[in-house]
Design a protein around this ligand. Structure first.
Ligand code: ADP
Length: 495
């Protein structure tokens, strides 16, 4: 895209562009002044540089969050809700600017960025209200002269570590329940996309969030382990919320063990997307298109294994390839584009490895299969048939615009393939048979099941996985509980 378009975009998001971390309501540099560049994956150009922070800056941020805790925690849920709702409303007022920044640092098309800003704001709005409903219990006592009362209280200072695929929504999905519950937070955004998190701080400040309640520490890939080590070992931090790879999730869980922190981990997935012969073909194709190609396939709930029953297989492949072939690849700032670049060269290399492995082992491309002529990390929308469940693309998350299709004969076979993975985040299937929809839904091992839909993300429902896809839930009332500790009072001597 021409320089002019990039400059025009920069003018739109300039008021929300910050090049420093945000701690205790102040914009701060790294102690040693080191910085790293954030680049636009659609052009390869540097947008701005931000500080490379480490353990010392993280410790200072934790201290700020600790100092801010009593004032915030001991205010009312109603008072906190006012600030969180103002924050959400201001985000929506600045939706275009925030979306433009998001597309510039992450690459997703503008329509998806606008949707992400709205999704991100929805967590603030929803948890603002839900914080008022952190009800306890009164339990009939075990002795006549006792009373039993259960209350829920803010767990304390929390840490958040977020990924690059949803640079805004993964932040508020953690911060909103934490802050609504009365906790304070130190957050480390992904090194590829820190700018959306910093823009959120600009707006939080404007909304009246007190200093120290929400803090953002930036660092590059080499700094992440140092920041992570401090966040997970510092005894002041009582809870970690993490979204990212299963590998790093396991590491952080181990690091949290010595100080016994609460954790919620949203990790990798390997979502099956099953189309039965009795599916509505149009709906199944539309669902697969969304579920596979949204965010260029870079979501942990993206369809990673598309299993199609033999009777509908050929018609489904033909329709999906035709629809995917229409998707325009390019810079997400262009309104006609619906497939952006992959986030970085390592992502491109993985996609190429998966496609090569599949083709070497007998799969056949019916669409795409190669890097896009635009260069950089752009990849063609791809459909492969004859994909075997043992191929690399069925065992690891591809995180790219590649639909690998496996044909199956029976319901039992589909369920067996679907569950043959250590992961258990999302699963999808399409059928018009009511009994089958319950039966298959019961048998699929996943925390999230999409039945006749490829879009399951909403702030009002619990998002999270089983097996090696993680622990805990985000969104919904279950998401609030993750930031609350239960206290039971036994009152004796009531004669
Ligand atoms: P991805 O493969 O999607 O980039 P990661 O799990 O590597 O997933 O990254 C998710 C988040 O975890 C990012 O913010 C990243 O900087 C952070 N991260 C990576 N390694 C560590 C680590 N050792 N300690 C703490 N955070 C880390």
């Amino acid at each position: 895209m021409a320089d002019e378009a990039a400059f025009a975009a920069q003018r739109v998001f300039e008021p929300y562009l910050r090049d420093r971390g945000f701690v205790n309501g102040r914009w701060i540099e790294a102690q040693d002044g080191r910085r790293f560049e954030v680049t636009d994956p659609s052009s390869g150009r540097a947008i701005v540089s931000v500080p490379r922070m480490g353990a010392a800056e993280t410790r200072a941020a934790i201290a700020a969050a600790e100092a801010a805790l009593p004032g915030w925690r001991d205010s009312t849920a109603g008072a906190r809700a006012k600030v969180l709702k103002r924050w959400a409303a201001l985000m929506m007022e600045r939706q275009e600017a925030l979306a433009t920044l998001l597309t510039t640092e992450q690459g997703k098309p503008m329509a998806e960025s606008r949707a992400e800003i709205a999704y991100a704001a929805s967590f603030l709005e929803w948890f603002a209200e839900e914080g008022k409903r952190a009800y306890g219990d009164v339990i009939p006592p075990h002795r006549a002269d006792n009373r039993i009362v259960v209350t829920k209280e803010a767990i304390g200072v929390c840490a958040g570590i977020t990924p690059w695929n949803f640079p805004c929504a993964m932040v508020t999905r953690k911060a909103a329940p934490a802050l609504a519950a009365g906790c304070t937070m130190v957050l480390k955004p992904a090194e590829q996309t820190p700018l959306s998190a910093l823009a959120l701080c600009v707006i939080a400040e404007e909304a009246g969030l007190p200093p120290g309640v929400f803090n953002v520490i930036t660092g590059d890939g080499e700094d992440a382990p140092l920041i992570g080590k401090e966040l997970t070992s510092n005894p002041v931090v009582r809870k970690l919320g993490f979204t990212g790879s299963t590998e790093i999730g396991k590491l952080l869980m181990a690091q949290c063990a010595p100080t016994m922190k609460r954790i919620s981990l949203e990790l990798g997935g390997n979502a099956p997307f099953i189309v039965f012969d009795d599916a509505d073909l149009d709906e199944a194709v539309a669902g697969a298109l969304l579920c596979k190609y949204r965010n260029t396939g870079q979501t942990c709930i993206s369809a990673n294994r598309i299993l199609v029953q033999s009777g509908i297989h050929d018609a489904f492949v033909e329709r999906l390839a035709a629809a995917a072939g229409q998707l325009k690849v390019g810079n997400g700032l262009d309104p006609a584009v619906s497939i952006g670049p992959l986030i970085e060269p390592a992502g491109l290399a993985k996609v190429e490895r998966h496609v090569a492995n599949a083709i070497d082992n007998g799969a056949r491309p019916v669409l795409g299969g190669k890097r896009h002529e635009l260069g950089l990390t752009f990849f063609q929308p791809t459909v492969l048939v004859g994909v075997d469940p043992k191929m690399a693309m069925c065992c690891e998350e591809t995180f790219g615009p590649v639909a690998g299709i496996t044909s199956f004969a029976t319901e039992d076979e589909a369920i067996a393939i679907a569950n043959d993975t250590p992961y258990g985040l999302a699963s999808y299937f399409y059928t018009r048979d009511l009994a089958r929809s319950w039966r298959v839904g019961d048998k699929l091992q996943a925390g999230i099941i999409g039945i006749n839909t490829g879009f399951i993300s909403t702030e009002i429902a619990p998002f999270g996985g089983i097996k090696e896809s993680g622990i805990g839930r985000e969104g919904s009332r279950y998401g609030l509980d993750e930031f609350l500790a239960i206290k039971y009072r036994c009152i004796g001597g009531i004669a």
